[in-house]
Design a protein around this ligand. Structure first.
Ligand code: 2RA
Length: 344
């Protein structure tokens, strides 16, 4: 069987990766519709050698579509996802609009694939940093439940979109020319600099990006009381996020056991060469499906603590690949007709 697929937000960085992945993974589709805002409509993109014109999103555009892969921001998803569901499609939404809605499954296929059966038309793709962390922590959590997670992120420009990636290059060139770096997308120069993630600050002092990692991990792990604390930082890397993670268990977690588990875990690649001091780096993670993890070591400050370091492609596993894997789950489990139509 082949499905009729639409990508909403086709002209963005994640949209481009969705097109690549549908082609690369030979997703069983009969038609691919590319949708975007009026500003981007009319552009042409290529899928399997065929030129497709990007259409303006509209209610009519969802007629006859089975799956919508949406990556056009929260307000676009809020406006259009219910309409797509009403038209009979299942929406895999990459925005934060529905992630914490109790009616909406939030899925990392390596962690909680069975949640897909609960969908009522919309399935949420978690935040990039959550996905990367969850793929690595979950297999360890299966052996010994983690009690507390402390993380710091090193987030690349790609997390803010294609224009942000371009901005860093322009800033770098300007600085090398002794000119002031332009700032349009980012609030401050990112080239040769870094800054705490500039998402909205909450009353507790954490920014929204940090709270996403806390709340989404609890939902995905089905561990509402899990203690998680995160500091998110934007760094002048073009693509692929990195994270330093400290895990606290209720008893010591043998390092060799952690290595063996991670070596055998889906979606994870162990990258450790202690002699060469070679560990995961964003340039190696870019373009890869697996999250690279390494530098696994005993926390010298806590007998039950483990330290690890990861790099993962934010556009791929942190967004587009995870969404396509969810769509593949829907196909495998024959769940493409929504159990109930979400209200508009
Ligand atoms: C970032 N993609 O890196 C994320 C936003 N949630 O900023």
């Amino acid at each position: 069987q082949a499905y009729r697929v639409a990508i909403l937000g086709a002209t963005g960085a994640v949209g481009a990766e969705l097109i690549t992945l549908l082609e690369e993974r030979n997703f069983p589709l009969s038609t691919l519709k590319l949708l975007a805002s009026p500003r981007s409509a009319g552009q042409t993109l290529t899928f399997k050698g065929e030129t497709i014109q990007v259409e303006e999103v509209s209610e009519a555009a969802f007629q006859g579509i089975d799956i919508v892969l949406a990556s056009a921001g929260g307000s676009v998803s809020k406006a259009w996802a219910p309409k797509a569901v009403k038209a009979g499609a299942v929406v895999v939404d990459n925005s934060s609009a529905y992630r914490m809605d109790p009616q909406v499954p939030l899925i990392v296929p390596e962690v909680n694939p069975d949640a897909v059966t609960q969908h009522q038309g919309i399935i949420a793709n978690p935040n990039c940093t959550t996905i990367l962390m969850n793929v690595v922590v979950w297999p360890l959590h299966q052996l010994q439940p983690v009690q507390r997670i402390l993380a710091a992120t090193y987030q690349s420009a790609s997390g803010a979109g294609a224009r942000a990636m371009e901005e860093v290059k322009v800033q770098a060139q300007a600085i090398l020319n002794d000119d002031p770096p332009p700032t349009e997308i980012f609030p401050y120069p990112l080239a040769f600099n870094l800054f705490p993630h500039n998402s909205d600050l909450n009353a507790n002092g954490y920014c929204t990006e940090e709270m996403k990692m806390v709340q989404e991990t609890r939902k995905i792990f089905n561990a509402p009381d899990l203690r998680v604390s995160v500091t998110c930082v934007r760094v002048p890397v073009l693509r692929a996020h990195s994270e330093a993670i400290n895990l606290e268990f209720s008893q010591p977690f043998p390092i060799e056991k952690a290595r063996t588990i991670l070596q055998d875990s889906p979606g994870v690649k162990l990258v450790e060469d202690w002699q060469a001091n070679y560990f995961p780096m964003p340039i190696d993670a870019s373009g890869q499906d697996d999250v690279l993890v390494g530098r696994i070591r005993q926390d010298i400050s806590h007998a039950n603590g483990l330290e690890l370091w990861l790099s993962g492609d934010q556009i791929r596993k942190g967004a587009a690949l995870n969404a396509v894997q969810i769509a593949e789950l829907l196909v495998e489990r024959q769940l493409l007709k929504p159990a109930a139509v979400a209200s508009a």
